[in-house]
Design a protein around this ligand. Structure first.
Ligand code: CTP
Length: 319
């Protein structure tokens, strides 16, 4: 059966890769890369058994009414009230309904993008997905600027916009969102308690400034379904990272998926230091057990999928 053979080969190739010594486990040939369409279709079909990205990418207005109380996905004892603002920003229908693309870029935030000169190539894809409202203008030559879909963990408000403490933080945020025009802004608001006031502030700013951005809030089942798919394929992740989530979702909409900015390692293959993020000074966190993610394991898996032609992983220069 397709699913079993996929999981068997994923495990076999992972084993093979892990058995190889040193940095060679991260090597992948970009020049000779060719897409394997039958594998792409098989993966799409298998993921559809766990989730339908078209539906699970966002809850819709009719799922809730203002005042409803929901349990956080990763913290079931705690609850969140669906406010009027949040309800008014829920989409009527999935923002990804009937959208299909020949080629997509999923852009992670690793410092490996610096000096990559990948900006033009990234922007040449039909649909570009980015993570955590990463800045683009100052880095356009390396990361491009096109953003059709962008994620935003609630913690970004604190981390990159000073917790909206003063007017200039709020202005900077509104400016960033206005650059997105009517792209999809994907906010995982129902994962864990802690970010609810940030989400409310974001919602209020979007409404007050009449921003065109199309808000989406992932379904309550998405993260468990994504984890389930990877666990079934013997990839024991704890919690999928945003980047892996985006790859998993994009298999539904995109025939050819190109990944950039995925490199969860502090050095490149030549031993040169690589920043965790291309745009700030955040340090590597995922080596400790406290990290919710297993990015190096995710990377190895994506590398296997690259070598089998299911996706294309770029970690070097584009020109
Ligand atoms: N990423 C990577 N290597 C890095 C940094 C990020 O491969 N050095 C990928 C990961 O898949 C990550 C995505 O790029 O989920 C987006 O990066 P970031 O915004 O840093 O995600 P985090 O906030 O660290 O983690 P998450 O949002 O997934 O909790």
């Amino acid at each position: 059966d397709g699913e079993l053979s996929l999981s068997r080969s994923l495990v076999n190739s992972s084993d093979k890769i892990i058995r190889k010594a040193g940095s060679s486990i991260f090597q992948h040939n970009v020049e000779g890369w060719k897409i394997n369409f039958s594998l792409v279709l098989e993966i799409r079909k298998n993921i559809l058994r766990f989730l339908d990205a078209e539906r699970d990418v966002s809850v819709v207005k009719s799922s809730f009414k203002p005042g409803d109380v929901i349990h956080y996905v990763l913290d079931r004892r705690r609850t969140l009230n669906i406010s009027h603002d949040l309800h008014s920003l829920l989409p009527e229908v999935s923002p990804m309904k009937n959208r299909r693309f020949k080629t997509c870029a999923v852009v992670g935030n690793s410092g490996i993008l610096l000096d990559s000169e990948c900006g033009k190539e990234i922007d040449s894809h039909n649909f570009v997905i980015r993570c955590n409202l990463a800045p683009v203008v100052e880095f356009a030559a390396d990361v491009g600027t096109k953003s059709d879909f962008i994620t935003m963990n609630p913690s970004v408000v604190q981390r990159a916009f000073g917790g909206f403490r003063n007017e200039s933080d709020r202005e900077k945020f509104v400016h960033r969102l206005s650059m997105l025009n009517d792209s999809v802004l994907w906010i995982p608001a129902f994962m864990v308690k802690g970010g609810e006031k940030h989400v409310e502030w974001v919602n209020a700013l979007i409404l007050k400034n009449k921003l065109k951005v199309r808000t989406a809030y992932p379904s309550l089942r998405l993260i468990h379904a994504v984890r389930g798919y990877w666990l079934t394929n013997k990839v024991p992740i704890k919690r999928p990272s945003t980047g892996l989530l985006m790859y998993t979702l994009s298999t539904r909409f995109c025939d050819e998926i190109h990944l950039y900015g995925f490199w969860p390692f502090p050095k490149d293959l030549n031993g040169k230091a690589v920043k965790y993020h291309y745009y700030d000074d955040l340090k590597y966190r995922y080596f400790s057990n406290a990290s919710p993610h297993r990015m190096p394991l995710e990377f190895k898996t994506l590398n296997v999928l690259h070598n089998r032609g299911a996706l294309k992983l770029t970690t070097g220069k584009c020109v």
